[in-house]
Design a protein around this ligand. Structure first.
Ligand code: ADP
Ligand code: MG
Length: 680
C-alpha cells in the first residue's frame, strides 16, 4: 500500500542545487527518487537541544547546557583508536566536567574562555556530562531548539538534507487533501505548512499541530481508499441474491447436537442478510477460540447448497482441513456432498475430485492452499470462507476470491482483532463479532510455574489422566532453526515418556510427513494416546474436547495471542480445564505476559494488550498485516482520529462531496492509489 503519494511533482532530483549524479545515487539508496520523496522523508524523532538549567536537570537525563570553558582540553588515548577528551566548564555557577569519547578533533575547538554548548548525558553525582554533541554557538534565548533526526544512513548530513527539503518545498505544488470544510471543522493546517513544520519545527505546539494535520491526512486518505474499495467489492458482486431455502436451513439447525447461542444466531442472520442481497458479501467473523464460528460457517455453507451454490472453506494446515472436513461431514450427515482437497490428495483421486468439483457434484470443499491453484475450477462458487484468515497472505486471499466472480466472502478469525485494528486493517469489511461462549463452559484455570516445578506439573498431569482426560504439551518455536525445535521437542517428549510410559505419549512436529502427523493426531483424537507433545502445529483449530490440560513449555517465547490460541485447545467440554505456563522469564515483558495470561481468559482483552505490548506491525506479522505504513499517524495512539477519519470519509462519499470539482485532486489521488493497491 502506498501512501507516499500525497504530493506530486514533475521536477527530477537533479533540478536541485547541489545535487549531482553522486548525490542522486545516495538519495536513491535512501529510497528517495523524487521531490515528493524528499518532502516525505520525515524526521523519525526530534531532539530537544534547548538549553536547560543544570540545577534542575535529572540524573541520567540527556540535556543541553551552555557555559564558559575554563580548563584546556586534555586528550588521552587508550587502545588503538580510542580516545577521550575532557575539559571543565562553568554552567550557572556549577563546575562541570565534560567528556567526549573518540572525538579527538574537538581538541582544537575547545578554547578557554569561549562560551559553548554541550549536549550529553548528565551524571549528577559525579558532576560529569558524557558529551554527544559540542557546539561553539549557543542559542541566545531560552527558546526551544528542536533538532529533527533523519534516518540518512550516513549518506548525507542532516543540514545538507534540509537544504534539499527547502528547495523541494519551493518547487513543489502540494494538492490539498482535506476538503476545506473539514480543515475548518478540525482546525487543521494546510498540508504544505504541516510538511514544512515537520522538517523545521520551532516549538512544540506548532510541531504538534503539524503532526496532527499530517496524521489526519494519512488516516483520511486511507479510510477513503477503504471505503471506495468496499464499494468496488460490492459493485462487482452478484447479479442476483442467494435464494436459499430457509425452512431447510432451519431443519438443519434443528439437527445440531446443541442450541445455538444468541451470538451465533445473530452472526448467521447477518450473513444471511448479506447473501440475500445482490451484492457480494465481504465480512469478517471474529470470535474467540471455541466460540462456535465453525458451526456458523457450516450453516452458511448449508444455505448455499440449498440455493444450488458451492462453497469453499480454506484453512491454513492439512490437519485442520481434515478436522474440519470430518466435523462438517458429521454435522451434515449425508445432506451435503463434501470433499477434502489438500496436497496429499494426488493422482487419479485428485483428477476425479477436480472433475466433480467442476461439474458441480461437490457442494462443499475443504482444503488448504491447494484450493487456490489454477487447476481448481468450480461449477458455481457462491461462498468462500477462509479460516484464521490472517495466516494467509493478502494475495492468496485475493486469488481464492477470484475463483468465483460471484462468490461471497467470509473471513473467520479466532485472533480477536482489537477495535483499532478492525477499523484500520479491515476497514473495507463488515465485521461480525461473537463475544459469547456456548453455555456450560468453565473458564480455563491458568497458572504459571517455573521449570524447577516440573515434578508438581507431572503430578497434576497424572491427576487429569487418572480422571480419563488428556493433555497437550507444547514446545516453543526457536525461530532460527526448525532442527533445534525438533530436538527440543523430542527431548521434552522423552521426559514425558519416562514419567508416563512411551505407549501413552505421542509426538508431533513440523518435520514429520503429513501421514505421520495425521496418524499421531488420530490416535490422540481416539484417546489411544493420553499426552501429545507437540510444536505449535496444534495452535490452530484442533478439536479434542476430552483434553483438559495444556502445558506450555518456555511460554515466554510466545506472544499473548499465540498463548491464548494454544490455551483454547482445552476447555472444549463441560469439564474443568487447566493451562500451565512453564516459564522463567528474564524480561519485564515476559513476566507481564505470564501475569496477564493468568488474570484473564478474554481474548479481546488479551489482544488489546498484545497490540499495546508488541505494536501493530508484529501483531499480525508484517507481511500479512496489510497494514499501511503510516509516517506520522499511529493507529493505536491516534485511534480517536482514526474513527473521525473513517466517519468523515464515509460522509463525503455518501453526500457526494467527493465528486465536487474542488475535491477532484483528492479523488484522483485516491483512485490512483486504488488502482495499484495490493489490499483485497
Ligand atoms: P471455533 O471455530 O470458534 O473455535 P467451533 O465452532 O469449533 O469454535 O466450536 C467449538 C466447540 O464448541 C465444538 O466442539 C462445537 O461443536 C461446540 N459448539 C459450538 N457451538 C455450540 C453451542 N451453541 N453450544 C454448545 N456447543 C457448541
Ligand atoms: Mg475454528
Amino acid at each position: 500500500m502506498h501512501n507516499q503519494h500525497l504530493i506530486e511533482s514533475e521536477f527530477p532530483l537533479t533540478e536541485l542545487k547541489g545535487v549531482g549524479p553522486q548525490t542522486v545515487i545516495k538519495l536513491n539508496d535512501l529510497g528517495i527518487h523524487s521531490l515528493n520523496d524528499i518532502l516525505l522523508h520525515l524526521p523519525y524523532r526530534y531532539e530537544d537541544e534547548s538549553i536547560v538549567d543544570i540545577n534542575t536537570a535529572a540524573d541520567g537525563e540527556k540535556i543541553t547546557v551552555a557555559g564558559e570553558v575554563y580548563s584546556s582540553p586534555q586528550l588521552s588515548y587508550f587502545g588503538r583508536n580510542r580516545s577521550k577528551i575532557a575539559f571543565h566548564m562553568l554552567v550557572n555557577q556549577v563546575a562541570v566536567r565534560v567528556e567526549f569519547f573518540n572525538q579527538p578533533y574537538l581538541k582544537h575547538q575547545v578554547v578557554i574562555g569561549d562560551t559553548v554548548s554541550v549536549t550529553g548525558k548528565w551524571q549528577r553525582s559525579k558532576q560529569i556530562i558524557q558529551g554527544s554533541k559540542f557546539s561553539k554557538t549557543v542559542n541566545d534565548d531560552s527558546d526551544l531548539a528542536l533538532v529533527p533526526q533523519y534516518s540518512l544512513k550516513g549518506q548525507l548530513k542532516p543540514k545538507q538534507f534540509q537544504k534539499l527539503v527547502t528547495q523541494a518545498l519551493e518547487l513543489t505544488e502540494i494538492t490539498p487533501m482535506i476538503p476545506d470544510e473539514l480543515s475548518k471543522k478540525y482546525k487543521l493546517w494546510d498540508l504544505k505548512q504541516a510538511i514544512e513544520v515537520l522538517h523545521f519545527p520551532e516549538e512544540y505546539t506548532s510541531l504538534k499541530q503539524a503532526k496532527r494535520t499530517f496524521a489526519f491526512c494519512e488516516l483520511f486518505l486511507f479510510q477513503l481508499k477503504m471505503r471506495m474499495l468496499n464499494m468496488k467489492e460490492h459493485a462487482t458482486g452478484l447479479s442476483v441474491g442467494i435464494d436459499y431455502d430457509i425452512n431447510a436451513v432451519k431443519d438443519f439447525i434443528g439437527t445440531l447436537p446443541f442450541e445455538l447461542t444468541e451470538a451465533q444466531k445473530k452472526s448467521v442472520n447477518e450473513i444471511f442478510r448479506d447473501i440475500k442481497l445482490p451484492i457480494r458479501m465481504n465480512r469478517l467473523l471474529q470470535g474467540d477460540v471455541g466460540s462456535g464460528k465453525t458451526v456458523v460457517a457450516a450453516i452458511a455453507m448449508f444455505a448455499m447448497k440449498t440455493a444450488g451454490f458451492q462453497s469453499a472453506l480454506m484453512v491454513p494446515t492439512e490437519i485442520l482441513a481434515e478436522q474440519h472436513a470430518e466435523s462438517l461431514a458429521m454435522l451434515y450427515h449425508n445432506d451435503v456432498r463434501i470433499a477434502l482437497l489438500t496436497s496429499s490428495v494426488k493422482g487419479k483421486k485428485r483428477q476425479i475430485l477436480l472433475a466433480q468439483l467442476a461439474a458441480g457434484e461437490i457442494d462443499v470443499i475443504v482444503g488448504t492452499h491447494a484450493l487456490i491453484q489454477d487447476e481448481v475450477l468450480f461449477q458455481r462458487l457462491g461462498l468462500v470462507i477462509t479460516d484464521e484468515q490472517h495466516r494467509f497472505g493478502v494475495n492468496q486471499r485475493k486469488r481464492l476470491r477470484e475463483k468465483g466472480a460471484e462468490a461471497n466472502v467470509l473471513f473467520m478469525t479466532a485472533t480477536p482483532i482489537p477495535r483499532t485494528l478492525a477499523i484500520s486493517v479491515f476497514g473495507e469489511m463488515d465485521v461480525t463479532t461473537i463475544r459469547e461462549m456456548p453455555k456450560g463452559r468453565k473458564p480455563i484455570i491458568t497458572s504459571w510455574a517455573k521449570h524447577e516445578e516440573m515434578q508438581i506439573i507431572y503430578g497434576k498431569t497424572l491427576e487429569e489422566l487418572n480422571k480419563g482426560r488428556q493433555a497437550y504439551v507444547i514446545c516453543p518455536l526457536i525461530e532460527a532453526s526448525e532442527k533445534l525445535d525438533v530436538q527440543n521437542t523430542v527431548e521434552v517428549y522423552e521426559q514425558f515418556c519416562q514419567q508416563f510410559g512411551t505407549e501413552k505419549v505421542g509426538l508431533l512436529h513440523g518435520r514429520m510427513s503429513s501421514e505421520e502427523k495425521d496418524a499421531v493426531m488420530e490416535r490422540f483424537s481416539k484417546h489411544e494416546l493420553s499426552i501429545l507433545v507437540s510444536t505449535t502445529v496444534v495452535e490452530v483449530g484442533v478439536n479434542v474436547p476430552n483434553a483438559t490440560m495444556m502445558i506450555i513449555i518456555d511460554a515466554e517465547r510466545f506472544g499473548l495471542s499465540t498463548l491464548h490460541q494454544l490455551r483454547g485447545r482445552v476447555g472444549r467440554s463441560d469439564q474443568q480445564s487447566y493451562c500451565i505456563l512453564i516459564s522463567n522469564p528474564s524480561t519485564e515483558t515476559g513476566i507481564e505476559r505470564m501475569q496477564i495470561m493468568c488474570q484473564t481468559t478474554d481474548g479481546f482483552q488479551l489482544s488489546e494488550k498484545d497490540l499495546e505490548m508488541r505494536g501493530p506491525g508484529d501483531f499480525f506479522g508484517v507481511k500479512q498485516s496489510g497494514l499501511p505504513d503510516f509516517k506520522v499517524a499511529d493507529i493505536v495512539e491516534d485511534y480517536r482520529m482514526l474513527e473521525v477519519a473513517r466517519d468523515e470519509a464515509a460522509a463525503i462519499i455518501l453526500n457526494g462531496e467527493i465528486d465536487k470539482p474542488e475535491n477532484s485532486g483528492l479523488k484522483n489521488r485516491v483512485q490512483l492509489e486504488l488502482n495499484d493497491m495490493e489490499i483485497d
